[in-house]
Write a protein that binds this ligand. Sequence first.
Ligand code: HMG
Ligand code: MG
Length: 299
Amino acid sequence: METVVVNEVGPRDGLQNESAQVTPGDRAELIRRLVATGIPAVEVASFVSPKAVPKMAGADEVVAALDLDAADFSALVPNMKGYEMARAAGARAVAVVLSATDTMNRKNINMDLTTTLRVCSEILEQARRDGISGRAYVSVAVTCPFEGRVPEFRVLDLTRRMFAAGAFEVTIADTIGAANPSQVKELFTALVEEFGARRLAAHFHDTRALALANAWQALECGIRKFDSSIGGLGGCPFAPGAAGNLATEDLVSLLHQAGFHTGIDLEALLEVVTHVRSLVGHDVGGRTLPWLRSRHAAA
Ligand code: HMG
Ligand code: MG
């Protein structure tokens, strides 16, 4: 049975976008519950300005509260200050975020594309020297909410530069959930041809209910690592139109039905969805949830 790796991003991409301020202690407890379901990798926090993203305040406390041997934990860092804070907190893996357009970089992290490229490269090089794993996001890889359709050659070029700077993996992100499976096929075919599937991951948002279809298409192109978010939480506060991420329960349900191994206990995941509801104070859950719950109840 072939394995697909699920990287849970709910504690970062999910909670950054919620109105509830979830405490670092509750975020660490959520991460422990996610890992207990068998999830192998979690993006646990972002070391960003609390003025820009108040919900991620206390990232250092989240990292400090975790057993770092329990899973493959990473933290998002937007600049060198964030990287240094993550390193001081004990993070073993970081993710830099490079958007494919000038405007999106400015809106997200207040830097133009050229500066972001330099900063991401410097962080990845420093991480390498420090023995910290460095991953890179290429965001708005299909459509930018400000500049529209993003040319494929630019995504290839930015991915190439992130690998050259030392990224061990590049995650291609459809930030606002505007991609369709044909575009995913075209883009991932080109990416896999140049870089190989093993060093790439995919990050889809479900704005147009196409995240699962896009994930399937990326799977068909050979991708075996996906970001997803428990309950479908998520969105980027600086990218208008970004709805929730691909729900982890939808992704795992698809993968299991298609015969892939994830190591994740779906029933245990459902209990975490219920727990997330109590943390964020509203209904959450992927589209497969009613079916999964009825199957669970009947068992
Ligand atoms: P800036 O205002 O240009 O920063 O913001 P600055 O360097 O001028 O500093 C301003 C203040 O922030 C200073 O503090 C700094 O010390 C502090 P003050 O003197 O005013 O008290 N500061 C920091 N504090 C904590 N952590 C830091 C940090 N850096 C500076 N790392 C900055 C630039 C990057 C800081 C800001 O724009 C920011 O934090 N942005 C975060 C954006 C963000 O989190 N976006 C969401 C994540 S990306 C995403 O969701 C997409 C993804 O999911 C994939 C996809 O779907 O595409 C990954
Ligand atoms: Mg995202």
